[in-house]
Design a protein around this ligand. Structure first.
Ligand code: NAD
Ligand code: MG
Length: 385
């Protein structure tokens, strides 16, 4: 029996993880499940899966969670300190699937236990960078990438040394607006932006896919997970999302990982690693798909790609600032406070105005994150008056 915890259990990745776990009920013991504010959803999952503890991120919802779990024997907990406590509560496999930099402290806490952390929460790695990979190395924790591209690269590397690698190609669907002109992007609504052509995901990452900031964040993520130098990590638009990424070795042999666009495939890989488990996912039917297309990414129509590459090159606190400004801008776009094209404009403005010292510890990362968020709100106010 593996002892597992799921951070962000009520979300898209969290629910996909539970879907796989539920197919083998004797294989797993659930230590902790967490959610931000969906008390009833969390309590229902905690009861269904027999979790030892359930944690709600919002401290003010403690009473509501306690009531919802009454008589179950499940420990109700709330707030960030409780998320950290849950991360250190004895799971040997944790899914980090909180969205945004909010997942940073719990993910770091899980990594410090030396267990296995399946990382979906790319924003935490983008923000903390080497502080996170160093923490994993120091504790001996295993960091398994869940993001489909990074999971694909991990699979294609199959334990090879990075010295053998000539190039990594991150594939990108191009999102719902792949063929749109800048002019056509001007009036995009949140409903249009969250309707991804291939993947079903949470709202924030769906908007990131539409601006292609998602691929930019993934570039930074890849640079930390697979440190071969930024100039050797490329982005390739591949609208069908069948090839999830590729590794080219120095002998010019290229390995690709293919599969239906279903997050349960990379999640299952991380859940079973180093073994394999069966999934209910659709087998790949290449004859039916018929063709695979590729095109170069367009940084003029999708400036988020350029901003993210520049941030990756600058490193230090710049990726932290980029990520924080993007989180604020995406939330504002989803609330219809700003337009689609404003997202990248705000991010660029904040990255240009604000600089912070190279973070030496997680507190520095969170301080830069908070400053950048405040600045993004100021920039937004100016934009909307
Ligand atoms: P989601 O919005 O569906 O779920 C997010 C989860 O995090 C929910 O359980 C929510 O309750 C919790 N949460 C949100 N804010 C929180 C906070 N402040 N404190 C504590 N918990 C909080 O998101 P998702 O699509 O499942 O994505 C989760 C992460 O995985 C993101 O970082 C995303 O980029 C990454 N990811 C997702 C997919 C996908 O297919 N959905 C693919 C690759 C990577
Ligand atoms: Mg991805």
């Amino acid at each position: 029996m593996r002892k597992v915890s799921i951070f962000g259990a009520t979300g898209s990745v969290g629910m996909s993880t539970l879907d796989l776990i539920q197919r083998d009920p004797d294989g797993y013991e659930i230590v902790a499940l967490t959610a931000h504010n969906d008390v009833q959803g969390l309590a229902g999952l905690a009861r269904q899966y027999g979790a030892a503890m359930a944690v709600i991120g919002r401290e003010d919802l403690y009473g509501a969670l306690k009531d919802a779990l009454a008589g179950s024997g499940i420990r109700a907990m709330a707030g960030e300190a409780a998320l950290i406590e849950a991360a250190q509560a004895g799971a040997d496999w944790s899914m980090a699937a909180i969205v945004g930099c909010a997942g940073l402290r719990p993910t770091m806490a899980a990594l410090r236990t030396g267990g296995t952390v399946a990382l979906a929460n790319k924003e935490s790695l983008v923000s903390a960078g080497m502080l996170m990979t160093d923490a994993a190395a120091a504790s001996g924790a295993t960091l398994l990438p869940v993001d489909s591209e990074h999971n694909a690269i991990f699979q294609c590397l199959a334990g090879s040394s990075l010295e053998e690698v000539a190039r990594i190609t991150l594939t990108a669907s191009g999102g719902p607006f792949r063929t749109f002109s800048r002019d056509e992007m001007r009036h995009i609504t949140p409903d249009q932006a969250v309707a991804h052509p291939n993947w079903s995901m949470g709202a924030k990452i769906s908007v990131d896919s539409a601006t292609m900031m998602n691929k930019g964040l993934e570039l930074i993520e890849a640079a930390h997970l697979f440190p071969i130098g930024l100039d050797r990590i490329e982005i390739l638009v591949h609208p069908q999302s069948v090839i999830h990424s590729m590794v080219e070795y120095r002998d010019r042999s290229t390995l690709a990982q293919l599969g239906s666009p279903d997050m349960r495939i990379p999640i299952a890989h991380a859940l079973a690693w180093p073994k394999r488990i069966a999934t209910p996912c659709r087998p790949l039917d290449l004859a039916c798909i018929g063709r695979l297309d590729f095109e170069a990414p367009d940084e003029n129509r999708f400036p988020a790609l350029r901003l993210a590459r520049q941030a990756a090159q600058a490193d230090g606190a710049v990726p932290t600032i980029l990520n924080a400004a993007n989180e604020v801008a995406v939330a504002a776009f989803l609330e219809r406070a700003i337009g689609f094209l404003d997202i990248a404009t705000i991010v660029e403005d904040v990255v240009n105005r604000y600089s912070a010292a190279v973070p030496r510890q997680i507190d520095d990362v969170l301080a830069a994150d908070a400053e950048a968020r405040a600045m993004a709100r100021q920039v937004m106010e100016r934009l909307t008056v």
